[in-house]
Design a protein around this ligand. Structure first.
Ligand code: UD1
Ligand code: UDP
Length: 388
């Protein structure tokens, strides 16, 4: 029997680990699956735990208002020392690139317990962009023993850093497992504000922002661009579920709070959120996960960052990395509103990130690694079809 401790702390980690926790729990004859959350996020994590009905055995409850990177790291590390010391698992699974991810990998290493890294190998090669995620991923890769790369590009990145071939599994991204289980054609929001929008007659711009390196001037500049677009195009509705970070909320409300067709709403549960994405015209975001989800739904994405670690959809033409300059952001949105051919080309759905079976592959890879299954999983290969 393998004891596997899965550790996560923020909304996106929870969304992307939930399908894997479910999959591991389907093998009780081989796997004892224990979940610990740092709760680096509180409300935004709880939304996901509720939706996927995950009950963590440990909840470190570390979140504080306006927490610093130092605080998150210290509090996560101290709490995880206790959890890992008590559980002594055979394997610790972490996801992606948050400070929880790095702290959990480091804590496991201090106990000399192997680490499995889900969503391994994403790189921008720019130390400060995204900050601190690029370095969190590097540090986690150095500490990891098993690397679950979502794409062939991610595998190539890891090989270039000297990771041994047999420790890398190309699995697809578990975010697509979650997405496929959640998007529905006949979805009803049960939210008067979202239900009141005329999705067929209007053009809905879905906006999310939260990156640390964008706080302050860059976000203000993006919001000013949205304001200008809103004024010029009466057919535009802007739906902006605002991240809980007070620095984001304050700037968003100051720059956009007085506009009638701008809906500044609290973070949505994952289910309404992805169903809203499915009905949107364009997605504007500095998020990582949205760059994977929106292309699978055939939605053009404008990335409000200078770099991306997810080049696959950029290469396919569905995602454009446009930065945060006010004039550029406004011009890029205008082009998508006015140039039908440009819109059509970007909305050609591509799906380079998964086929809904990433969790199965990761689970198989683990069972294979520990000698329980003879065969490793087959590698994920992208099909270029959209889901709907
Ligand atoms: C964190 C991750 C980032 C990830 C993002 C997903 C780090 C350093 N950053 O960034 O990689 O992309 O999550 O959203 O790991 N807050 C609440 N309630 C919540 C969540 C956040 O009030 O449920 C507020 C708190 O004041 C908190 C602040 O938001 O201090 C920032 O949260 P934090 O986890 O430090 O950073 P994020 O920008 O959310
Ligand atoms: N998301 C959500 N509700 C929202 C906004 C986003 O459930 O109001 C989901 C989204 O579908 C994606 C994930 O949260 O799966 C992205 O999280 P975030 O942007 O916070 O982090 P990142 O992906 O940048 O690490």
């Amino acid at each position: 029997m393998l004891k596997i401790l899965t550790v996560f702390g923020t909304r996106p980690e929870a969304i992307k680990m939930a399908p894997l926790v479910k999959e591991l729990s389907r093998h009780p004859e081989h796997v004892n699956c224990v979940v610990a959350v740092t709760a680096q996020h509180r409300e935004m994590l709880d939304q996901v735990l509720r939706l996927f009905a995950i009950c963590p055995r440990y909840d470190l409850n570390i979140m504080r208002p306006k927490q610093s990177l130092f605080e998150i790291t210290q509090r996560a590390l101290a709490g995880l020392e206790e959890v890992i010391g008590r559980e002594r698992p055979d394997l610790v699974l972490v996801h992606g690139d948050t400070t929880t991810t790095f702290a959990a990998a480091l804590a496991a290493f201090y106990f000399q317990i192997p680490v499995g890294h889900v969503e391994a190998g994403l790189r921008t090669r720019n130390k400060y962009s995204p900050f601190p995620e690029e370095i969190n991923r590097h540090l986690t890769a150095v500490l990891a023993d098993l690397h679950f790369a979502p794409t062939a590009t991610a595998k190539k990145n890891l090989l270039a850093e000297g990771v041994a071939l047999e420790k890398i599994f190309v699995t697809g991204n578990t975010v697509i497992d979650a997405l496929l289980a959640t998007v529905r054609d006949n979805y009803c929001f049960h939210n008067p504000r979202l239900d009141s929008i005329d999705y067929a007659g209007k053009k809905v711009l879905l906006v999310t922002t939260h990156r640390r390196e964008n706080l302050g001037g860059p976000l203000r500049s993006v919001y000013k661009a949205l304001r200008a677009v809103h004024r010029a195009y009466p057919e535009v509705e802007i739906v902006f579920p605002v991240h809980k970070n007070p620095a984001v909320a304050q700037a968003a409300h100051e720059e956009l709070g007085d506009l009638e067709r701008v809906h500044l709403i609290p973070p949505l549960d994952y289910e309404p959120f992805v169903n809203l994405m499915q009905r949107s015209y364009v997605v504007l975001t500095d998020s990582g996960g949205l760059q994977e989800e929106a292309p699978a739904l055939g939605k053009p994405v404008l990335v409000l960052r200078d770099t991306t670690e997810r080049p696959e959809a950029v290469e396919a033409g569905t995602v454009r990395v446009i930065g945060t300059d006010q004039e550029v952001v406004a011009a890029e949105i205008r082009r998508l509103l006015e140039d039908r051919e440009h819109y059509r080309q970007m909305a050609e759905a591509v799906n380079p990130y998964g086929d809904g079976r990433a969790s199965q592959r990761i689970c198989r890879a683990i069972l294979h690694h520990y000698g329980i299954l003879r065969e490793p999983p087959e590698e994920y290969e992208p099909g270029l079809k959209k889901f709907r």
